[in-house]
Design a protein around this ligand. Structure first.
Ligand code: NAD
Length: 259
């Protein structure tokens, strides 16, 4: 009997990094996972791997910045597994990091659309299912950027989106307490995933922007964490161990942001 036996989790950004690590951890603990992502190939590969090992997993195509895409993905996942108990709004991008007078309006919008509006849409379409299940646990991936660390020059769009997620989390925790739904944010420090590579690739190859990480950026910190470090924190918050915890940010950075 795993800690999440009989539970169904909807995870965005599940094809890579923190989302993938958490999906693996949740399946180990007996959950069925709905893997929502824009990356079909990686998502389907993960679904195959998890199901071949005896777990329950379904990849669903989902662009979190698009309302109808999220609605469809949630419907498809719930149809497959019959219910929803855990929601992990995790999909996110770094976007373009640039000083405010150089940061272009469409890049600001893209970062906010995926990171903040995407979180709203994910919650908007999943919460009715949590209510129907009689309760549940919502997790949101924010960041130390925008909550405790403001040393990364150029990260105004990213940090604003991450701060916005915390405000959203607190409102949702307040609104849904009576429905037996908890809502918390995890704020990772630097975690070893594909996010930086992905950002650099888009910035240099598609936009022709050479991003130079400003001094004080988290990428310069020593001691990166691993997705499994975040996954274990998520497991605590998603499971009954976290039953009396709601409305908080949990920093998963090994204490680095205290510096
Ligand atoms: P990652 O790039 O490895 O994974 C992110 C996943 O999100 C990818 O699979 C990507 O395809 C998906 N995604 C991107 N845009 C999407 C969209 N519009 N719709 C659906 N899926 C989309 O990165 P990661 O580090 O695992 O990032 C996960 C979350 O963690 C992000 O919200 C990020 O801001 C946050 N975070 C990461 C770090 C870090 O150091 N890696 C630190 C703090 C916070």
């Amino acid at each position: 009997q795993g800690m999440l036996s009989g539970k169904v989790a909807f995870i965005t950004g599940a094809a890579s990094g923190i989302g993938e690590g958490t999906a693996r951890r949740f399946v180990e603990e007996g959950a069925a996972v709905i893997l929502a992502d824009v990356q079909q190939e990686d998502g389907e590969r993960l679904q195959r791997e998890l199901t071949e090992a005896g777990g329950q997993a379904l990849f669903v195509m989902c662009d979190v910045s698009d309302a109808s895409s999220v609605e469809q993905a949630v419907t498809q996942g719930v149809q497959q597994f019959g219910q929803l108990d855990i929601v992990f709004a995790n999909a996110g991008i770094n976007g373009v990091w640039a000083p405010i007078d150089e940061l272009q309006p469409d890049e600001w919008e893209r970062t906010l659309d995926i990171n903040l509006k995407g979180t709203y849409l994910t919650l908007h379409y999943t919460v009715p299912h949590l209510k129907r299940a009689g309760g549940g646990s919502i997790l949101i991936t924010s960041s130390v950027n925008g909550t405790r660390t403001f040393s990364s020059a150029g990260a105004s769009a990213y940090s604003s989106s991450k701060a916005g997620q915390v405000a959203l989390m607190k409102m949702v925790a307040l609104e849904l307490g009576r429905d037996n739904i908890r809502c918390n944010a995890i704020c990772p420090g630097l975690i070893h995933t594909n996010i930086s590579e992905r950002t650099e690739q888009r910035n240099t190859e598609q936009l022709g922007i050479k991003v130079e990480l400003p001094e004080g950026s988290p990428a310069l910190h020593e001691g990166e964490g691993d997705p499994v470090d975040v996954a274990d924190t998520c497991l605590f918050l998603a499971s009954d161990l976290g039953r009396h915890v709601s409305g908080v940010e949990v920093f998963v950075d090994g204490g680095a942001s205290l510096l």
